[in-house]
Design a protein around this ligand. Structure first.
Ligand code: NDP
Length: 480
C-alpha cells in the first residue's frame, strides 16, 4: 500500500515523487511505501496551515470542541481497524493496541475538546493605580509536531489535539517507521469536518522532512517527542530562531522496590513496567532496584513470571510480547545484551532472538533480565529501549535514592513501599518529572507530563500543553 501526504485536506504524492519502504516487523517484510517528503512538501503544508489559521483561530471554542469530540468518536468507532493497522505497522500485540494505543488517541481528542472550554487566563487589578491587567492567550500560528514510533497514534495525537484546540494550525510528521495510523487520521479529520489546512501531515525521514519543519522560519513552535540526541539537535537548530520548544526525550527509569510493599501487586506491575510494548515505552522501569532483604526472593519470583510471557505473532490475542519495531532496533537492543559479559553482568533470563514458526524473519527477542553489580555500567546508564531490564540490590534508603538519581535522565520513577515518610522523602528528592508510588503508568490527562535533566524541557498534558501552544500577552488598561 502506498500512502500519501495529507495537505490542505487532500491526499497528495510528494512533489519530487520519492518513496520509502515501510516494513511489517512481525514478518520482516516490506508491505508499503511512504512519501519521502522534501522541503517543498513541508513548504506546501506550511502554506496550507498559514492560510487556514485566520479562520481557525477565530472559530468559536464550541465549534472547535465539537469537531475534536467528533474526531474522538470516529477513532473509537474504528477501534479494531486502527488497532490492526497499528499492530501491523509497529509489531506491538493487537491486544495492547486495542486496550491502550487507540483508546488513548481518542481520549486525547476528547480531553482537549473539553479542556479548551475550561481554559482561562488571569486578570490582575493594579489596586490604587486605576489600572487593570489581563492576559490574552492567543494561538501561536503554525506549529510543528514531531513524534516517535513506539506509541504512534497515541503520541501523535497527544500533540495535535492541544495544538488545534488552542487555535493553531499544524504541520505534523509521524515517525517514518510507523506512519500508517497518522495517515488514517487524515481521513478521520476530513470525516469529522476539520476545516482543510488546520492539520497537515507530511511523511518522510527525520533528517530531511523533520529537519525542514524545525528549520522553517515561520513555524514558531515545535513539540517533539523522541530520542535525547535528536532533541539536542533540534534545540540547536531552533535556538537562533527563538522558537518555543517542548521536548519529551529518553529515560532510564528506576523501579525501586522496598521489602514493605504489597508484594503481589508489585510483582505483577513490575512485569508490565519492564516489558509492556516490548519495553519500548519511554516510561518503562528499566532499572529495577530491590531492597537486599527481599532480593533473592524477588529474583526467583520475577524470573518465574517473566518466563511465562508469550513472545509471538502480534495479531494473536494471547501474545504478551510482539516484534521489535525494526531490524536496526533489534540489533541495537541485542548489542546491549552482548555487552553484559564485558560489564561483569549476568544474564538471568532471556538474551536471545526468538524464531516464531511462519514468522521466521520477524524481529523477536526474549524478555531479558540482567543482574548488574555497578550502576555505572552502560547497561544502567544508557537507554536500551527494548525488552531488557537490569536488577541490582540496595541496603538503605540513602543508597536507593543515590542509585535512582545517578543517571543523566530524569523522566519517571516508581517506588514500591507502604511507608508514608519514605514515600514523601523519595517524591521530593527524586530528580524526575513523574513519580509513581505503588503503581505504574497510571495516567490522569490533567497532570503535567515530562522529564527533568536529559529527559526533556517543558511539560505536556492538561493546561500545560494549552499554555505551550499559546502566547500570553499582557494588556494593561488605565482608567479614570
Ligand atoms: P528519534 O529521536 O529517532 O525520532 C523521533 C522523531 O523525530 C521521528 O519522527 C523522527 O523521524 C524525527 N527526527 C529524527 N531526526 C530529526 C531531525 N533532525 N529533525 C526533526 N525531526 C527528526 O526517536 P525514535 O523515533 O527512535 O523514538 C524513540 C525515542 O523516543 C526514545 O529515546 C524514547 O525514550 C523517546 N520517547 C520519549 C517519550 C517521552 O514522552 N519523553 C515518549 C516516547 C518515546 P524518523 O523516524 O523518520 O527518523
Amino acid at each position: 500500500m502506498k500512502i500519501q501526504n495529507y495537505i490542505n485536506g487532500k491526499f497528495e504524492d510528494p512533489i519530487k515523487g520519492g518513496y520509502i519502504d515501510n516494513y511489517n516487523p512481525s514478518i520482516g517484510e516490506i508491505y508499503g511505501q511512504i512519501p519521502n517528503s522534501s522541503k517543498e512538501d513541508v513548504e506546501k503544508a506550511f502554506e496550507a496551515a498559514a492560510n487556514a489559521f485566520p479562520s481557525w483561530s477565530n472559530t468559536t471554542l464550541a465549534t472547535r470542541s465539537k469537531i475534536l469530540s467528533k474526531i474522538a468518536e470516529l477513532i473509537k468507532g474504528k477501534l479494531d481497524f486502527l488497532a490492526e493497522a497499528e499492530s501491523k505497522d509497529n509489531g506491538k500485540p493487537i491486544s495492547l493496541a486495542k486496550a491502550i494505543d487507540i483508546p488513548r488517541a481518542a481520549a486525547n481528542f476528547q480531553f482537549y475538546a473539553n479542556a479548551i472550554t475550561q481554559f482561562s487566563s488571569e486578570a490582575h487589578e493594579s489596586v490604587g493605580l486605576n489600572a487593570v491587567n489581563f492576559t490574552l492567550r492567543q494561538p501561536i500560528g503554525v506549529v510543528g509536531c514531531i513524534s516517535p514510533w513506539n506509541l504512534p497514534l497515541y503520541l501523535f495525537t497527544w500533540k495535535i489535539a492541544p495544538a488545534i484546540a488552542a487555535g493553531n494550525c499544524v504541520v505534523a510528521k509521524p515517525s517514518e517507521i510507523t506512519p500508517m495510523t497518522a495517515y488514517l487520521l487524515g481521513e478521520i479529520c476530513n470525516e469529522a469536518g476539520l476545516p482543510k489546512g488546520v492539520l497537515n501531515i507530511v511523511h518522510g525521514l527525520g533528517t530531511s522532512t523533520g529537519q525542514a519543519i524545525v528549520e522553517h522560519p515561520n513555524i514558531k513552535a515545535i513539540s517533539f517527542t523522541g530520542g535525547t540526541k535528536t532533541g539536542a539537535h533540534i534545540a540547536r537548530v531552533a535556538a537562533p530562531m527563538f522558537k518555543k520548544l517542548s521536548l519529551e526525550l529518553g529515560g532510564k527509569n528506576p523501579n525501586i522496590i522496598f521489602a514493605d510493599c504489597d508484594y503481589e501487586k508489585m510483582l505483577e506491575t513490575t512485569v508490565r513496567s519492564s516489558f509492556a510494548n516490548q519495553g519500548q515505552i519511554c516510561l518503562c522501569g528499566s532499572r529495577i532496584l530491590v531492597e537486599e532483604k527481599i532480593y533473592e526472593k524477588f529474583k526467583k519470583d520475577f524470573i518465574k513470571k517473566v518466563s511465562k510471557l508469550k513472545v509471538g505473532n502480534p495479531s494473536e490475542e494471547n501474545t504478551d510480547i510482539g516484534a521489535l519495531v525494526s531490524r536496526e532496533h533489534l540489533e541495537k537492543v541485542k548489542s546491549y545484551i552482548d555487552i553484559a559479559e564485558q560489564e561483569n553482568a549476568k544474564i538471568l533470563f532471556g538474551g536471545n532472538k526468538v524464531e516464531i514458526k511462519n514468522f521466521e524473519n520477524g524481529y523477536y527477542l526474549q524478555p531479558t533480565i540482567i543482574e548488574v553489580a555497578d550502576n555505572n555500567c552502560r547497561l544502567n546508564q544508557e537507554e536500551v529501549f527494548g525488552p531488557v531490564v537490569t536488577i541490582m540490590s540496595f541496603k538503605t534508603d540513602e543508597e536507593a535514592l543515590y542509585l535512582a538519581n545517578d543517571v543523566k535522565y530524569g523522566l519517571s520513577a516508581t517506588i514500591w513501599t507502604n511507608n508514608l515518610n519514605r514515600t514523601m522523602q523519595f517524591s521530593k528528592q527524586l530528580h524526575t518529572g513523574i513519580v509513581w508510588v505503588n503503581t505504574w503508568l497510571m495516567r490522569d490527562l490533567r497532570t503535567p507530563f515530562g522529564g527533568a535533566k536529559d529527559s526533556g524541557v517543558g511539560r505536556e498534558g492538561g493546561f500545560e500543553a494549552l499554555r505551550f501552544f499559546t502566547e500570553p500577552k499582557n494588556v494593561c488598561i488605565s482608567y479614570e
